[in-house]
Design a protein around this ligand. Sequence first.
Ligand SMILES: C[S@@+](CC[C@H](N)C(=O)[O-])C[C@H]1O[C@@H](n2cnc3c(N)ncnc32)[C@H](O)[C@@H]1O
Length: 285
Amino acid sequence: MSSAQIDYDSIAEIYDWYVDADYDIPFFLEETADVGGPVLELTAGTGRLSLALIQAGVQLTCVDGSRGMLAVLSRKLKDRGLTAEVLCADVCRLDLGARFRLALLPFQSFMEITGEPRQRQALAAVFACLVPGGRFVCTMHNPAVRRTQVDGTQRLVGRFAISGGSLVVSGVERGGRPLVKRLQVFEFFDGDGRLRSKRLLPMAFELVERDRFETMAREAGFHVLALYGNYDRSAFDADRSPVMIWILQRARVQPSAAAHEAQAARRRTRRSSGVALAGAASSVR
Ligand SMILES: C[S@@+](CC[C@H](N)C(=O)[O-])C[C@H]1O[C@@H](n2cnc3c(N)ncnc32)[C@H](O)[C@@H]1O
């Protein structure tokens, strides 16, 4: 059974038929250009982004919770004569050792990790995979903009030519505070336009507010290096930006050690002057 909460195994073989986005690839090629070491890609799926990075020479470890999605990725790697480490694991339970200088979580998929406890587990797990000073690029939609589509209306994703006919994908979303329930609909038509079959995929994702994510990230031991509002690196605009692209950096001290050091510094300050210093935690940097 997949560790992801959406049953991607059930649509793994058709995912590439309807997901053909490439708007974020130049951004991630830039992010990975000078890493000089292994890069961790979380929620890699069937390798929409992975293949471009590997072809550019990035030494990639691809993690996903769906065996079906990874089977498609492995097949594509083999067909193209490419290599990467491919691991089936839940992002929230990763245990790979601190060996990566960069971790990526593309395609706004952090939103599929729902509920604060799991989100905090994921951040802690990614932190533990990074070398001190390593970066984490974490992507999600901007709740204020994305929520405008969560209105119970069935929206067309697209009509895609497939062997012997076409595939029409649409979706309807409800909720949004913060959990969104989406029903994705797949309709298969033959060459004469007759409906041949229909499949449904229930999905759930969370609209993660900026302040809450920032608090969780800082408490997991990350510094915020940048927050972009789009893949052209424009500054985040809370009313207009489609996405939040967080560039985080692992602090050089473990959060527990940092908290301990901050507490010790406060004790030292109280002993020496009787006044507590609010900035004692700056030793984390
Ligand atoms: C929308 S797909 C994106 C796949 C790929 N990154 C892309 O851009 O096409 C989301 C992927 O995240 C994976 N996923 C979601 N939650 C996960 C988790 N907690 N641990 C590991 N993988 C997860 C799913 O299995 C799925 O393959």
